[in-house]
Design a protein around this ligand. Structure first.
Ligand SMILES: O=C(O)C(=O)C[C@]1(C(=O)O)C=C[C@@H](O)C=C1
Length: 380
């Protein structure tokens, strides 16, 4: 993973509440303090660079913990999943443009090949990595309001724009605006919205042969880069636009918004001040499963109610994995994996729905036990 240092993830917004400002300052100082402090610093991987919606989601999730959590920006969504981190913040679906396929594919990759691996040390490492990923658990979710802006270098006129760059989700969410206002512009997919905006300032983007360019990103990006200005605010096709983010835990199960990871709460040793609110269990949790074939649907749904399903083509290497169901593969030239979300029978948190692997035909991916509410987002 090409993660940058924690300091590059720290925003410098003006007018932040003081506790948040302290937290942001703490991000920047993290390296020095880490060496001196015996308190563990947890890592939360998210889609960078600074100014992405993923960063907003990561900050919102992090605010529910009092443990020290360093935000680690990753250049692409698959790299968030592959990061050696305690937490992974990933967008899963959008109100307008639907599933975030990079995230669905990452989650489904736990169905990948383990069987048939030779005993070489490299294979052993791959297997270990996969087993580690299989033990990850979805833990919480949040619906982040999304309002996009068309931004360009200062002085650019709308009629001169020849190309528009952004994450494919933002381009898709803005397709009506782009078709009506910039029909001549070429859409260029970029790993993130903020990354697309930053790229406008690179010398290659100012190449006059390619013409003037623009990016679609959040308003916050323009506050970070005075060279950029907003040409249009609200490019998304509907006002009520949300992207749902998942918080995925990698073995480090910290109490949600309780005093500290190990039960001691000593603000003098903690970089993050305790949050005043109490824990917020999700009143409508859902369970996620990775399914290797549609024949498993009946098993899963005999005791649960489906809330959503995303289907994706199984990668070709799946022939070695648990996904291959022989009768299926003979009949089906289009092997498919499924991410299924279900409503549990009971919403008590003890009933974790934690069936785990059932003879290798599905893998339990976790439950959205907790949710960041709109009030909590507003308070950030
Ligand atoms: O590029 C970003 O800013 C992201 O956080 C990614 C992402 C996504 O993948 O859906 C998140 C929210 C918006 O829907 C647009 C892009």
């Amino acid at each position: 993973m090409a993660a940058a240092s924690a300091s590059s993830a720290a925003g410098q917004s003006v007018g932040e509440p003081s506790s948040k400002r302290q937290r942001l300052a703490a991000d920047t100082d993290m390296g020095g303090v880490q060496a001196e402090s015996s308190t563990r610093i947890y890592k939360m991987a998210y889609l960078g660079p600074e100014g992405t919606y993923g960063e907003m989601a990561a900050r919102a999730f992090r605010s529910r913990y009092t443990a020290q959590i360093e935000l680690v920006p990753c250049p692409t969504i698959p790299e968030i999943w592959n990061a050696e981190a305690d937490y992974h913040v990933m967008p899963i679906e959008n109100r307008i443009h639907g599933a975030v396929t990079e995230t669905v594919d990452s989650l489904l990759s736990v169905l990948g090949p383990t069987a048939g691996m030779k005993g070489t040390s490299e294979d052993g490492k791959d297997r270990q990595r996969l087993m580690k990923k299989k033990s990850r658990r979805i833990r919480a979710d949040l619906a982040l309001p999304i309002r996009h802006c068309l931004v360009a270098k200062r002085g650019t006129r709308l009629e001169d724009i020849k190309w528009v760059r952004s994450h494919e989700q933002a381009l898709g969410q803005s397709s009506v605006f782009l078709n009506s206002n910039l029909p001549q512009a070429e859409c260029q997919k970029w790993p993130s919205t903020a990354g697309a905006a930053v790229s406008l300032m690179s010398p290659s983007s100012t190449d006059s042969a390619a013409g003037a360019g623009a990016a679609i990103c959040s308003k916050g990006v323009v506050r970070l880069y005075p060279e950029l200005e907003i040409l249009y605010e609200g490019t998304q096709s509907m006002n009520d636009n949300y992207t749902r983010f998942l918080l995925i835990e990698s073995g480090s199960h910290l109490p949600w918004n309780s005093s500290s990871p190990n039960g001691t709460s000593d603000p003098s040793t903690s970089l993050i001040l305790p949050e005043p609110d109490s824990a917020t269990p999700n009143p409508r949790p859902t369970d996620f499963y990775a399914l290797s074939s549609s024949t498993v649907f009946a098993d899963i749904l005999s005791t649960r109610t489906m809330s959503s399903v995303h289907s994706r083509p199984a990668p070709s290497s799946s022939a070695n994995g648990i996904s291959e169901n022989e009768s299926d593969s003979e009949k089906n030239k289009f092997p498919t994996w499924y991410l299924v979300e279900t409503i549990p029978k009971s919403t008590t948190l003890d009933d974790a729905g934690d069936d785990d692997e059932s003879g290798g035909r599905w893998i339990y991916l976790g439950r959205t036990d907790y949710r960041v509410t709109q009030d909590q987002l507003d308070a950030l």
